[in-house]
Design a protein around this ligand. Structure first.
Ligand code: E4P
Length: 223
């Protein structure tokens, strides 16, 4: 499973990229607003740090204007994935852009029917929002299961399922068990994947026992 980080905070992205575990980045208008920066400048910086797909979202809703904005965004770098909303105009733009070889992330997906349309429109990624479905009392992970199953039934569909609106590690594990291709995680959720109290406890015991031996693996002054 690929891990993307869902943020426009360049310091966070740099720190997570250094782990070697980051495969891409997603942003949206709310995350750009939170960064307080200009979209073109921040996307350019992110693309220079992360070689994988970097999603940059259009703000237009009408086809011609979506295409104009997409053209600006995809010129920033070769790894920009243009993010378009799951609307008739967004999917029309998706079809045009993917036909031109541009990666497209179709966002705001809340049903399997929408995901099927996006795949037929040639989306590189479909972004179902699991957390926002859970928030309204629906089962977000059921949507992931449905989409993965539908896409598997039609190998001609090459769209990757990008699990979005992830709130906690269980979302990640459940999505991985279902075979989703990608999860985009807020930085805190990505970092929380490392954690287990028994790891901390075990490490403390090992270090205490090691200290009692008085040994050093690298002798002081040997380098
Ligand atoms: C995905 O691309 C979206 O940016 C994101 O996952 C939305 O998450 P939220 O529901 O936490 O805002």
């Amino acid at each position: 499973m690929k891990f993307f980080v869902d943020t426009a905070d360049i310091a966070e992205i740099k720190a997570l990229a250094a782990t070697g575990l980051l495969d891409g980045v997603t942003t949206n208008p709310s995350l750009i607003a939170k960064s307080g920066r200009r979209i073109l400048e921040v996307i350019k910086e992110i693309c220079a740090v992360v070689p994988g797909p970097v999603s940059a979202e259009v703000a237009a809703t009408e086809y011609d204007q979506i295409m104009r904005e997409a053209d600006v965004l995809r010129r920033i770098a070769g790894n920009v994935a243009v993010k378009v909303p799951l609307t008739p105009d967004g999917l029309r733009a998706c079809r045009t852009l993917s036909g031109q070889g541009t990666m497209v992330n179709v966002t705001l997906c809340f049903s399997a029917a929408q995901a099927l349309l996006a795949a037929k429109a040639g989306a590189t990624f479909i972004s179902p929002f699991v957390g926002r479905l859970d928030d309204i009392g629906q089962d977000g992970m059921l949507l992931i299961a449905d989409i993965v199953q539908i896409y598997r039934n039609y190998p001609v569909l090459k769209t990757e399922v990008l699990v979005a609106s992830v709130r906690h590690p269980i979302h990640v594990i459940e999505a991985a068990k279902l075979g989703a291709h990608v999860a985009t995680l807020p930085p805190a959720v990505l970092r929380s994947l490392y954690n287990h109290p028994l790891t901390d406890k075990g490490l403390a015991t090992f270090l205490a026992d090691w200290a009692k031996t008085g040994q050093q693996i690298v002798e002081t002054g040997s380098t």
